[in-house]
Each structure stands twice: as structure tokens, then as C-alpha cells.
Design a protein around this ligand. Structure first.
Ligand code: MLT
Length: 265
């Protein structure tokens, strides 16, 4: 059963849904709020994150169903879909389930492949520590991986990231880790994704490095790549100007007539 997602809605025009990464919230997109002059932005908290509830599992498919249910509730049939990292995993799961509803995709700092057995094991280990020790374990074990060294040294940026992490519950984060560990490999079907795709990646992204982004672009029939200099995994936070400029250009080029109808509010 889908859960009712907490979300924020800004602007008017063609609908674009933005999916945040782990272990964050919709506040990841604070720097992208400026894009509301271009489009109608829908910013949900994925299940178990921020103000959205969790019910049992946190698989990418369950999260995708929640997002589809939210779009149904808002009367949005077809939309642009942007996901960063785990948000990208959810975006791919949603596009697989409902390809006709996705007019364009933005995949930022993410990957199409599934976890290796070692990565699954590491997630399970971290999930157990979350169960036992609480949310604090993410501060040492995960947050440093999200930012480049200069991003990590930026106190304002770091405290924004920490605040998002602390607004989440340990058990829900453990469930999300287990959900990511179960995700499918989308590599073999990338060639079937017919919509335009923009792939973005921070040059210093150590979690989903530029090689993964380049491999996706090669396999996707209608994709382009932008690498963001000096940015880490959370490239939209570390390089908001280039990120937004690239996104703006893509949003303007994507055929909106018919493909992205302005939906009633
Ligand atoms: C994320 O940023 O959403 C996660 O780092 C993704 C992952 O751990 O694979």
C-alpha cells in the first residue's frame, strides 16, 4: 500500500517531481527552488524520510508507488522526474513501472546497477548499527561520503546536511538501506528508455563516481552528461549555479506541448 507522502509544491507550468537521496529529505532541493519560475515543482519526502511515514518496507518500488500515488492525487498524469542518488534509483523504478508517465528524466549522482554482494553486506552492517546505536552513526559513517573535501569543510553546507539527517528516524534509515540493497539492476534496459535524459554528476562524487554516469549515458539512447567541477555526491548542493543552469536548459528543451501538459491545480 502506498503511503501518503508529505510534499511541497512551488511554481506553475509543466510539472517536475524531484526525489531526494538517502539519508536526506526534500530540503535537499532548497537550492533548486529557484526553478519554480520555469516549472511546477513537486518536492516529496520519500517514505520514511522527513515528514513522510513508513509502513514496513522501504524498497525502491514501494517508494516509486508512493510517488505515483502522489501524482495521481495531484491530477498529474505526465511529468518530468529528477532524482539524486537514491532518488535516482526510485526514478528508474518508477520509469520502469510507468514509462508513459515520465516525459523526461534527470539522473543526478546515481547509478543504474544493483549493489554488489559486498555493498549489500556493508548496508546490512550499517542498518544493524542504526538499529542498535541510533541515527548518530550516520554522521561518522555516511555524511563524509556525501560531500567533497571542500564541501565538508563548509560549515553552513555541513549543518544543512546534518539537519536533514537528524530529521530522520534510525529505524526508517535502516529500512531504506535494506531497500537500496534489494534494488534491481536497470543496466540492461537503459536502451529502452525512450524519453530524454539528463545525467549530472559531481566530478568528486566518490559514492557514484563519474564513470558510472558516463556508462549510463552511453547506454541510454537520448542522454547527455554534465560533470560538475569540484562537486561531490550532493552536486546540487555543492554546485547549485551550474546544476540549475544545466537543468534550466534541459527543462526548456524538453518538449512540453502535449508531453508535459500544464495540469490543473
Ligand atoms: C544516496 O545518496 O542516496 C545514497 O548514498 C545512495 C547509495 O548509498 O547508494
Amino acid at each position: 500500500m502506498p503511503v501518503e507522502l508529505a510534499y511541497e509544491e512551488l511554481g506553475q507550468g509543466a510539472p517536475w517531481v524531484f526525489l531526494h537521496g538517502f539519508p536526506l529529505t526534500r530540503k535537499l532541493w532548497d537550492g533548486q527552488r529557484a526553478l519554480q519560475t520555469e516549472a511546477r515543482l513537486i518536492l516529496p519526502d520519500l517514505r520514511g524520510h522527513g515528514a513522510s511515514p513508513v509502513n514496513g518496507n522501504c524498497t525502491m518500488d514501494a517508494m516509486a508507488e508512493d510517488v505515483l500515488a502522489l501524482c495521481d492525487r495531484l491530477g498529474i498524469e505526465r511529468f518530468g522526474l529528477a532524482g539524486l542518488s537514491m532518488g535516482g534509483y526510485v526514478a528508474l523504478a518508477l520509469q520502469e513501472r510507468a514509462p508513459g508517465r515520465v516525459a523526461a528524466l534527470v539522473l543526478a549522482d546515481t547509478q543504474a546497477g544493483a549493489d554488489t554482494p559486498e555493498a549489500r553486506e556493508a548496508r546490512e552492517k550499517l542498518a544493524r548499527r542504526l538499529d542498535e546505536e541510533g541515527i548518530d552513526v550516520l554522521l561518522d559513517e555516511f555524511v563524509p561520503k556525501l560531500l567533497s573535501p571542500s564541501g565538508f569543510a563548509d560549515e553552513q553546507l555541513l549543518s544543512h546536511v546534518r539537519a536533514m539527517v537528524f530529521s530522520n528516524e534510525a529505524d526508517a534509515m535502516a529500512a531504506a538501506l535494506r531497500g537500496m540493497a534489494q534494488r534491481r539492476d536497470h543496466t540492461a534496459r537503459l536502451g529502452d528508455i525512450a524519453c530524454p535524459v539528463l545525467v549530472l554528476v559531481g566530478e568528486q562524487d566518490g559514492l557514484t563516481p563519474p564513470e558510472k554516469a558516463r556508462a549510463m549515458v552511453e547506454a541510454l539512447p537520448h542522454a547527455r552528461l554534465t560533470e560538475l567541477p569540484e562537486a561531490g555526491h550532493l552536486s546540487n548542493l555543492e554546485a547549485p549555479d551550474v546544476f540549475n543552469m544545466t537543468l534550466r536548459g534541459f527543462m526548456a528543451e524538453v518538449p512540453t506541448e502535449g508531453a508535459l501538459p500544464v495540469s490543473p491545480r
